[in-house]
Design a protein. Structure first.
Ligand SMILES: [Zn+2]
Length: 113
């Protein structure tokens, strides 16, 4: 079954990525012929905002392994995710505070999954 988790991105960031100081960035690389010039940006890249000794904040890049989740998900819109799971109880506990809908059939306007 497929489920739509409202606010799933936020849950992933907060529960899996060491709290709320994690930022997800999609970037352009500046190369002339790259797809990112046409909207397909690179990423996601994860950064953790840390306070330095001088009291400033700096963004520390998190390696993909650090944020490797033990389940696959597709991002919908800005904050929601779609997961393909066997049954509702298989849903990761990190989403326990989210609203979850079962997805039946293809999403309007989306690619078929
Ligand atoms: Zn690029």
């Amino acid at each position: 079954m497929k489920v739509l988790v409202v606010g799933g991105i936020t849950a992933i960031k907060e529960k899996m990525l060491f709290g709320k100081n994690v930022h997800v960035k999609f970037v352009t690389c500046g190369r002339d012929r790259c797809a990112c010039r046409f909207g397909q940006r690179h990423g996601p890249y994860y950064y953790r905002r840390e306070k330095t000794e001088s009291g400033r904040y700096s963004d520390v890049y998190l390696k993909p392994q650090t944020v490797n989740l033990n389940f696959a998900y597709a991002v919908v819109g800005k904050e929601d995710v779609i997961l393909d799971i066997g049954k509702l109880s298989d849903l990761s506990p990190i989403f326990e505070s989210c609203t979850v809908f079962e997805v039946k059939g293809p999403l309007r306007g989306g690619r078929g999954m």
